[in-house]
Design a protein around this ligand. Sequence first.
Ligand code: ADP
Length: 429
Amino acid sequence: MNFKQELFFLKKIINILIDPEEELFPKMEKSLSLILQKVRAKQGSIMLVEEKKKQANIVAATNKKLIGLNVEIVPETISGYVFSTGEPVYFKDVTKSKRFKHVVRNRNYKTSSLICVPLKRKKTVIGVINASDPEKKEYFSEHDFGLLKDYASMLSPLVENSYLLSQLKQRQAKLEQVSRHLAIKQRELLLASRERSELVQMVVHDFKSPLSAVISNLDLLKYLGLGEEQKHIVDTALDGAKKLLEMINEFLQIARLDAWKETKTELGPMNLLPVVERVVEEFRPLAEEKNIELIVQSAPEVEVYAEENLMYHLLQNLLSNAIKYTPKNGKVILGWKIRRSRRKSDKFPKFIIFYVEDNGKGIPKGHKELIFRRFKRLERDAKIQGTGIGLFICQRIVNMWDGKIWVEDVEPTGSRFCFTCYLTGEKNA
Ligand code: ADP
């Protein structure tokens, strides 16, 4: 055979072996049939070592029944011998071999001429190619043996790659199955946890009305001419009930926040001013009770990247704190300033800094970050009703739109709570 034909043959077989779409068995079968044609053998097989090295997998065979079988590697067989020694063997007539004369009888070969060559990665045997039953002749020649050895050494890496690729595909398929299974489980768990949290929310929500009734009754009792001792008892009960109501409200806020997160509440452009006006109007009576001046200052109309409910709860918490922790006759100012984003990772070119400023006692040094933790309260405010959850919720809300929240000092006294929020489009800035 001339060089060109040989090249053509190799190209053909390489193309088969490197085809990523083709499955392992058809690939090996096609390669085997081409190789057997070359050495003019009627029968043959390709076996590859299994991962644990004790077995070989028959990946191609002229006898189709054998394909896919795993066989023990035992040195008493010819392929077992080649697997364990890495030496190619050629028997012009195997019945003349003392060691292997039995194999022809056992395996029902039609002739007694056999070749078995190793497929190797460096010195490690990764498989073997068997050829038997020479076509139109009685025995294989040394030339056939040489050819098979050459093909085996040239094709070894490609055969191994095909094998590894198929194992990877199998593993990938298994992983995909596992991940599908996990996704289903996760969805089930999520549903279960959502159902549970909805149930808890419902129950907690149902506490609200009887508790509100208790509070108004206790309030009423105070005006029924109670003695000093009785009044004290009623006041204590009233304080406890109010605290419980506040805790329930906070709990419901957190639960709602989790629900928003779970359902992946969509953030988007929203008009800030109407939400601010709504909250300010709601708090005005409370401010007036303490004669606190409530001022909306520097408030350009803007469209921010947020969500109305979240923004509403955030502002409610900050404003309620400002009024709660500022003494009578104080002042609370709120507003927002537009700033240009500097970081490349910023979603929008501009953002706002929203501030709620009061002239209360301020937040002492060393506590400015701590107060955003869950249940964290300043000892000095123990007598003021509170749960220590409000600012924690504020931080979680601001995190949802990748914003920041912090507190700074106001001179001569007071604190300024600030948070950022991206600007989507601005009007009359
Ligand atoms: P709560 O108000 O229910 O105690 P928060 O999480 O809203 O919980 O606040 C945590 C603590 O931070 C408060 O207990 C209070 O000590 C302090 N604090 C919050 N806002 C102010 C403020 N505007 N001025 C002074 N202290 C504040």
